[in-house]
Design a protein around this ligand. Structure first.
Ligand code: AMP
Ligand code: GLY
Length: 432
């Protein structure tokens, strides 16, 4: 069995690491991969955007299954192309991936199906958007319609800020084509939760919940990033919320897709805001979260490979796929980033202490922006590593993750010191 993983981040290392453990003993390729995936399998120097080369590689090497990590290739139709070429691939088609690649498409579908989400207006002209802002209450959230590396969502505190953001997005091409159309929506108050569902077209299975830390700095200050750390399970989730999630979000969503004759097969990750009146959808992602995957997969005891295959084959309800076994211990994943990320940062810094850190029990080190050169591991991106630890409690998991991090060094390393701290503070609060 041969598996090709498309991507080069921490999520892809976690997927490669997990799939490698399948009893079917797959050989793993990663395009283009990083220094971590090179330890699990073989890195192939093909960019995630070079679909022609990916198809050629998969055919020449008789790859049995390709798994797509990031959103861009999905939005650009990599699944459609592989399928046309008779190749097996995990991920939604281009039209289904619009749930993530067009926030306006997702919002309209939610509106049609009555799925709880923020009230929003959609705008194609900046003067219409501005007029709307003049009549609204602040803060508001301005979102570029298309994919913008997680940077296309900006909160405007007042009219002057809104004017400037709308001008940058709609008139000055700050996000290119992605920002020509915008959504302006109400600011929701609450706490966020990441859900992951394996959706096979008609049915789905939930994975364990997680919470991401999107801002760059402690105390949720600084810019939005791809994610600076995560923990699983989420401490703001409950059986009542899960019932509501099935009834008010997932079932209407699948019905809405069916009405549009769109079949979604892949991983659907709704980002939720847990508000006073229940869960509301902030966005839909059509792929595994990063760094949520690095916190979720170390807790999965079941083999991931048959679950991905059941998703592709429309059999996620089959008895084999039905029961996903989980390690009950919580996991905390902390991202180590290059100083300056998500803005400008330097690369090529020597990373030391990885072996020492890995010696700690219950610790997994997932690589993101790393590369191997002359036998050494160097930084090669904004997010460099995710250090995940499991523990009998969230406190011990957290302490172990930071203990491992204390053994890892590279110049200008930046990480948040407060990952999962809110979960611990909440536990203390509950026991008082
Ligand atoms: P999105 O890409 O739509 O998930 O937005 C990125 C981040 O912006 C989310 O994870 C939230 O932290 C924040 N955000 C998005 N929409 C809203 C909203 N309507 N109200 C408050 N915060 C939001
Ligand atoms: N952690 C946020 C994302 O994967 O989109």
């Amino acid at each position: 069995m041969k598996i090709l993983i498309v991507g080069s981040g921490g999520r892809e290392h976690a997927l490669a690491w997990k799939l490698k453990q399948s009893p079917r003993g797959p050989r793993i390729f990663c395009a283009p991969g990083n220094a971590g995936t090179a330890e699990v399998g073989e890195n192939i120097a093909i960019a995630t955007s070079d679909f022609g080369a990916l198809v050629r590689f998969a055919k020449q090497n008789r790859v049995d299954l390709t798994v797509v990590g990031p959103d861009d290739p999905l939005a650009a139709g990599v699944v459609d192309l592989f399928t046309t070429e008779g190749l097996r691939i995990f991920g939604p088609t281009k039209v289904a991936a619009q749930l993530e690649s067009s926030k306006i498409f997702a919002k309209e579908l939610m509106r049609e199906q009555g799925i709880p989400t923020a009230h929003a207006g959609t705008f194609e002209r900046s003067d219409d958007a501005l007029r709307f802002c003049e009549r609204t209450r602040f803060p508001i959230v301005i979102k570029a319609d298309g994919l913008a590396l997680g940077k296309g969502v900006i909160i405007a505190g007042d009219l002057a800020a809104a004017r400037s953001i709308i001008d940058q997005m709609m008139n000055q091409d700050r996000f290119g084509e992605a920002g020509r159309r915008v959504l302006i929506e109400e600011f929701l108050r609450g706490t966020e939760c990441s859900l992951h569902a394996l959706v096979d077209g008609a049915n789905y299975r939930l994975l364990q919940t997680a919470r991401d830390h999107k801002r760059a700095l402690d105390g949720d200050a600084g810019s939005n990033t791809g994610g600076m750390g995560a923990f699983s399970p989420a401490n703001n989730w409950s059986a009542a919320l899960e019932d509501q999630f099935h009834e008010k979000i997932m079932r209407p969503l699948l019905r809405g897709l069916q009405e549009k004759k769109i079949t979604f097969r892949g991983l659907l990750y709704p980002g939720l805001m847990i508000c006073a009146d229940g869960a509301r959808v902030l966005e839909f992602n059509c792929r595994f979260g990063d760094p949520e995957t690095q916190a979720i997969l170390p807790r999965m005891k079941s083999d991931l490979l048959p679950l991905l295959e059941a998703t592709i084959d429309g059999k996620i309800n089959s008895p084999e796929a039905k029961l996903i076994e989980w390690d009950q211990r919580p996991a905390v994943a902390v991202v180590l980033a290059s100083g300056g990320y998500p803005g400008k940062y330097e690369m090529g810094k020597l990373i030391s202490g990885l072996d020492e850190a890995a010696k700690l029990g219950g610790v997994h080190i997932f690589h993101a922006g790393t590369k191997r050169a002359n036998g050494e591991i160097l930084t090669a991106g904004g997010r460099v590593l995710a250090v995940t630890a499991l523990g009998s409690t969230i406190e011990t998991a957290r302490a172990r993750a930071y203990e491992a991090i204390s053994r890892i060094h590279f110049e200008d390393c930046h990480y948040r010191r407060d990952i999962a701290l809110s979960a611990i503070a909440a536990n203390i609060g509950n026991s008082l």
